[in-house]
Design a protein around this ligand. Sequence first.
Ligand code: SF4
Length: 66
Amino acid sequence: MRESYDPGLCARCENMRRITSDRGSVFLFCNLSKTDPRFPKYPRLPVLQCDGFRPLQPQESDAKPD
Ligand code: SF4
């Protein structure tokens, strides 16, 4: 399944895990849901505001050498 929409904050959040079903559908799973009931496993998208949002950190491979 193509993502033809903007999922909002989840797309840029450290707590998001992308899950692909056997049929190829893509779901965004919120890892915070495992420990905090305020967060649904599969948030209704797009998420525009979220107390658990943690911006993705740049990958080491993205870092520029000194
Ligand atoms: S913490 Fe919020 S923004 Fe991050 S994945 Fe969960 S619902 Fe999305």
